[in-house]
Design a protein around this ligand. Sequence first.
Ligand SMILES: Nc1ncnc2c1ncn2[C@@H]1O[C@H](COP(=O)(O)OP(=O)(O)OP(=O)(O)O)[C@@H](O)[C@H]1O
Ligand SMILES: [Mg+2]
Length: 295
Amino acid sequence: MSRMHNLGGMAEPERETTNLVDTEHERVSDGSVRDISSAQTPADSMTRDAVLASCMRKTWSIDPESMVSFGARERTRVTEEFRALRSRLSQLQRENPFKSVLVTSALPKEGKSFVAANLAQTMALQSECRVLLIDADLHNPRLHQALGTSSTPGFSEFLLQEVDDFGIMQRGEAENLFFIPAGRSVTGPTELVANGRLKSLIERVEPLFDWIVIDSPPAVPVSDATLIANCCDGVLMVVRSHSTPFDLVRKARDRFREESLVGVVLNVVEGTSAPTKKGLAKISRAGDQKDAHSF
Ligand SMILES: Nc1ncnc2c1ncn2[C@@H]1O[C@H](COP(=O)(O)OP(=O)(O)OP(=O)(O)O)[C@@H](O)[C@H]1O
Ligand SMILES: [Mg+2]
């Protein structure tokens, strides 16, 4: 049975942090700051924090148009909507533990990358909530532009067995957000995604994170999203409001196991009316309103 109905629950009490750390130090659980510039190669015996401390430090130059929730000190309608989406997924996670969420849609330009990036960032605002954002769209990678960072080495180099998992994982100034970019452009991206290495990547990094959010190509024109969904716990379907034909939404939905669908995000919604259906979240057009509204 679909779990979509579960998204309609109450918001959980949330703890947020906007603490930033510099490129040479990490804040540890007792509040002190430790030197990580000499972090060792990851090994199974290392703690979660030590393993994560060893991934690449990058200077990210965040695009505020794409990452509306970054920093999140200003509560706009859209940032509130992302918090509400986070709350619903967190409640679902408590009821039925899952970590990896594929963000997809039927067609191009519905807002998959926008939703994936801002959802991951909003999740990472909670203290002690480690989030990994993966750009698995090898057809049209965009997340590295939103974060203002390099796109290589990344997912494609990992699938090609050129670099290992921690060699492709970046972190910027944000304490809890980690990022795997798409990597270099390849011929035959769908065949590469099908090679099975994604499953091993997710299995290996899953214990280190509270959430793994994966961006993907549109589900109708290419089959990458269906392949990736087989390695994920849940699928979040983005539908661009007043744009995507209903039959194509249904066609995209049919590409996934019904039980893997965790909800639908109606994106670029105009006006203020709240969705009433369970399993449906809405994201307004960013930049439309600067005042805060919850829904
Ligand atoms: N809620 C929103 N408010 C404002 N702009 C948005 C919103 N959602 C998406 N956009 C913008 O619409 C454009 C397309 O969004 P995005 O790149 O996320 O779509 P996509 O589904 O990932 O596209 P593709 O299939 O090409 O990967 C981007 O410029 C993005 O910033
Ligand atoms: Mg995209």
